[in-house]
Design a protein around this ligand. Structure first.
Ligand SMILES: C[S@@+](CC[C@H](N)C(=O)[O-])C[C@H]1O[C@@H](n2cnc3c(N)ncnc32)[C@H](O)[C@@H]1O
Ligand SMILES: [Zn+2]
Length: 276
């Protein structure tokens, strides 16, 4: 594990449950096993990122396995992008409660890749939940706007359904390293969106142009399949997990949660970019 000080960017040295830089800035390990490197004055709110209810809903939904084929594709792309890199350093930026990070860790182990894997999120609630999934992963509460990892150190970075901050993403990556980005395609959860919105708007999210200055596009692989939710609880957890559901009025929420089943399309783009 190699981390940098969020105050002065010097390397942090670990002494048991404490990290300290040469300028004497020091950070204690949290009881759950993560490092909190988020500086109070850098937070935009007192409790930034996903709140406990969102974390809980995402965990409950993902643990049912509906997105497992997607996670498998992510792992396959991640492993092939690493090739035979020795001791790769890998970061899951905006890792949430760690479903994809933990499955990536298992895939790396199975492929006998001796990697250092980091999961970083600005939400301490998400990272606390992530700690329960694995003790082998280095879990960090920090901001993706200033990743506490050395410049040019990462062999691979993943950004799954999270915001893109191109300059901050590029900084800790080795030149030529891979950036794997997942974002919803036009048909993603379309059946649910049709139940919620009168008019379906096209997404404005355009990673290829957002990232163009720092990253070159290698490939975009669409992942698409259908899955069926067949209980009000399953529908309700998905609603709580998606931004669509969070915008819903109570009456509309109840109407949708009363459906006996809901067949849904998963449509996700996996973009592979290379750091210029
Ligand atoms: C839609 S969730 C995706 C979580 C996870 N990647 C997944 O797919 O299950 C977006 C995550 O980004 C985190 N986030 C938001 N702003 C962030 C920032 N500036 N730095 C790091 N993480 C951030 C949120 O707390 C949340 O966990
Ligand atoms: Zn320092």
């Amino acid at each position: 594990m190699q981390l940098t000080c969020p105050v002065c960017q010097a390397l942090l040295k670990q002494q048991e449950t404490n990290l300290r830089c040469d300028n004497n800035h020091s950070f204690d390990a949290a009881r759950q096993g993560y490092w909190n490197l988020l500086l109070a004055h850098k937070k935009r709110s007192r409790d930034p990122g996903d709140n406990p209810a969102m974390v809980q809903a995402r965990r409950a939904f993902l643990d049912q396995g509906f997105y497992q084929p997607l996670s498998d594709q992510i792992n396959q792309l991640a492993l092939s992008s690493l090739g035979d890199t020795e001791h790769p350093s890998v970061l899951d930026m905006g890792c949430g409660e760690g479903y994809y990070t933990d499955r990536l860790q298992q895939a790396l182990l199975e492929a006998q890749v001796d990697a250092e894997l980091y999961g970083l999120d600005i939400s301490k609630h998400a990272v606390k939940a992530a700690c329960q999934r694995s003790k082998q992963i280095h879990w960090l509460v920090a901001s993706g706007a200033s990743t506490p990892l050395p410049d040019n150190s990462l062999s691979l970075q993943l950004v799954l359904f999270s915001r893109l901050m191109p300059e901050a993403l590029a900084k800790p990556m080795q030149p030529g390293a891979a950036l794997l980005v997942a974002w919803p395609g036009e048909q993603h959860l379309i059946e649910l969106r049709k139940l919620i919105y009168q008019e379906i708007r096209e997404s404005q999210f355009d990673p290829v142009s957002t990232l163009a200055e720092q990253f070159s596009l290698q490939s975009i692989q669409p992942v698409s399949y259908s899955f069926t939710l067949n209980s009000p609880e399953q529908i309700s957890t998905l609603l709580q997990m998606t931004p669509h559901g969070q915008r819903l009025k109570q009456e509309a929420r109840e109407r949708i949660c009363q459906l006996p089943e809901l067949e849904l399309t998963l449509d996700v783009n996996l973009g592979l970019f290379l750091r210029r």
